[in-house]
Design a protein around this ligand. Structure first.
Ligand SMILES: Cc1cc2nc3c(=O)[nH]c(=O)nc-3n(C[C@H](O)[C@H](O)[C@H](O)COP(=O)(O)O)c2cc1C
Length: 209
């Protein structure tokens, strides 16, 4: 049975790509927050977007520094991810408190978190106010990923190397396995059968008027 839901449920139905840990640096201070609302926006030029509420400290950090990094965690950082999303960097140095080792990004002046499976470094191309969030449009400056985790596509071979996805509340998931699709052959018997069934359904509908 299908239930009608509130319009707020749409955002959880659209479980997005991996959750990202957004790291920022401004005047010697660092911050990190998880974001579930990130997305590719353009292939050429390569642009991504991340929607951040103006109340987040990260919002100001990006606005002032004009750069940010997306660190893609695996399941080892599950609890850290939840912690980074429950405390603001305005009064706590979350990076220091977490004791996660960091290393310098290649192209921007931001720290990256050790133990993530992939990293995307960005400069700010644009900031668009959309509803109650700001969409930070990132111009990609550098990208790197663990070879075991990503080889042109997410490999999804080792659970420890899979990106973490956010479902809502305190629930997360990792993907199962890759499925390779094969476009149906229009000449195949199965396709012919499908066409025949569709025609039959159409005839029935027409007969019922
Ligand atoms: C898994 C997860 C995903 C989140 N995704 C977003 C998001 O996409 N955008 C956003 O503005 N806040 C998001 N939040 C909330 C912020 O991460 C949270 O408010 C955080 O404490 C802000 O930290 P800051 O004030 O140091 O920037 C998310 C929280 C969690 C736990």
């Amino acid at each position: 049975m299908r239930r009608n839901l509130s319009e707020h449920d749409a955002r959880r139905l659209l479980v997005s790509g991996p959750v990202v840990l957004v790291t920022t640096t401004w005047r010697g201070n660092d911050d990190v927050m998880p974001a579930a609302w990130s997305m590719p926006l353009s292939a050429d030029p390569p642009l991504i977007g991340v929607a951040i509420h103006p109340s987040r400290h990260t919002h100001d950090m990006i606005r002032f520094s004009q750069e940010f990094a997306l660190n893609i965690p695996g399941r080892q950082l599950l609890n850290h991810c939840q912690y980074f999303g429950s405390v603001t960097g305005r009064d706590t140095n979350k990076l220091e408190a977490s004791k996660i080792p960091t290393f310098r990004a290649r192209k921007i002046d931001v720290k990256l978190l050790d133990g993530c499976v992939a990293y995307i470094e960005c400069g700010v191309e644009d900031i668009l106010r959309i509803g109650d969030h700001s969409l930070f449009v990132g111009r990609i400056a550098a990208v790197s990923a663990d070879e075991e985790a990503f080889n042109e596509l997410w490999t999804l071979t080792d659970d420890d190397e899979k990106p973490l996805h956010y479902l809502g509340g305190s629930s997360y998931a990792i993907l199962g396995s890759r499925l390779e699709a094969r476009a149906p052959d229009p000449q195949s018997d199965a396709a012919k059968e499908e066409t025949r069934e569709a025609e039959e359904r159409q005839r029935e509908l027409e007969e019922r008027g």
